[in-house]
Design a protein around this ligand. Structure first.
Ligand SMILES: [Zn+2]
Length: 357
């Protein structure tokens, strides 16, 4: 378990050195919560945002800390992407309803971490056009997304043993509700991470080789010895009914697995979770050109390498032959494009296969 005094600064410097970064600057975020105080505190992370009409203006990001008894510290984050809604609802609900007396340990709860994007219902922030999950570990001297990431990496992660960072497919993709984590060389850590995903109890826990993972919150956690899982719990720029249920129940089950809350009543669904993997980039089917994508399969369908994934149609040129896209790997359809229109290089499907590890 970590406390504010448990070598956080030294750990931060070591992580920054390991990541090849400069020594950590002091966070510019103002937050007056006392992370060591017992009970429930609701407060704000105030991120400086100077505007023409408000030089001392701040962006106010709700944050709740709940501490009671002895146990690990779990950082719960939603809304890293503003168009992914299940996490924002479920994590806000947890902050609103949890009774501190039922907690053993500490919860740091941020329902909408990239608040400007969440208020805009968009993946990127309208303030700086940045994807927060490509900004970690962040920079104190950067734009608002950089400053938020820097606060997480320099203040919240040194306090945390675990991070549950919940995502969905957003506007772009639609997923079989799943938890995710990275393929890790450290076997013990890998198994500990997978156990969190299995406890969450979504249909899949997917260990993934991710496109552009270097600057994500999950990678930042791995560099700082914080055990982390993420998720893909729906998508299509709406609240997914199955994803919502999986999110609510999964948060409770994962916290129970860590001993932070009591196990929910009734049967757990953990045994239903299948451990899957995205072993390499062949699993990603990309659009070679722009067009209107017609998928061939529903989510979860079993498909084979070389099989037709779908076709790109050219509505502005009805006589042009549609371009076919084929799967580069065999397995099950984990996600598909949630919007009809695609641009060159957009993924239209990702395949998962059972993890054989
Ligand atoms: Zn996301």
């Amino acid at each position: 378990m970590k406390t504010r005094k448990a070598g956080a600064a030294g750990k931060r410097r070591a992580a920054d050195a390991a990541a090849g970064g400069a020594p950590a600057a002091r966070s510019r975020v103002i937050c007056d919560l006392d992370f060591d105080r017992a009970g429930k505190q609701a407060g704000l992370m105030r991120v400086p945002h100077s505007r023409n009409d408000s030089g001392w203006g701040v962006i106010q990001i709700p944050i709740t800390v709940v501490k009671h008894g002895k146990g690990p510290t779990v950082l719960l984050t939603g809304g890293v992407h503003g168009d992914e809604y299940e996490s924002q609802i479920a994590i806000a609900e947890l902050a609103r309803t949890i009774d501190p007396a039922t907690v053993q340990g500490r919860l740091i709860i941020v329902p909408a971490l990239h608040f400007p994007a969440a208020m805009n219902g968009s993946r990127l922030s309208p303030l700086d056009n940045k994807d927060l999950n490509r900004c970690f570990p962040g920079r104190a001297e950067g734009t608002t997304a950089d400053v938020i990431a820097h606060y997480v990496s320099s203040v919240l992660l040194p306090l945390s043993d675990y991070n549950i960072d919940l995502h969905s497919g957003g506007r772009g993709m639609d997923f079989v509700p799943s938890t995710t984590s990275h393929v890790l060389d450290d076997r013990r850590r890998f198994e500990k991470t997978n156990a969190l995903g299995l406890a969450f109890g979504a249909p899949y826990h997917v260990v993934i080789k991710e496109v552009d993972a270097g600057y994500t919150l999950m990678t930042c956690c791995e560099q700082r010895d914080v055990v982390a899982i993420s998720s893909e719990l729906g998508g299509g720029n709406r609240v997914n009914v199955d994803g919502m249920r999986a999110t609510r129940e999964g948060i409770r089950r994962t916290l129970a697995h860590l001993g932070v809350v009591d196990a929910p009543a009734g049967r757990t669904a953990a045994s239903k979770t299948r451990l899957m993997t995205v072993p390499d980039y062949d699993c990603y089917a990309f659009a070679p050109c722009g067009g209107l994508f017609e998928p061939r399969h529903a989510l979860g369908a079993r498909v084979r390498k070389g099989e037709l994934a779908g076709a790109l149609h050219f509505i502005d040129d009805p006589h042009r032959t549609p371009v076919e896209i084929h799967y580069g790997a065999s397995g099950e359809v984990w996600c598909t494009r949630a919007q009809g229109i695609v641009l060159p290089g957009d993924p239209v499907a990702v395949i998962v296969a059972p993890y054989q590890g």
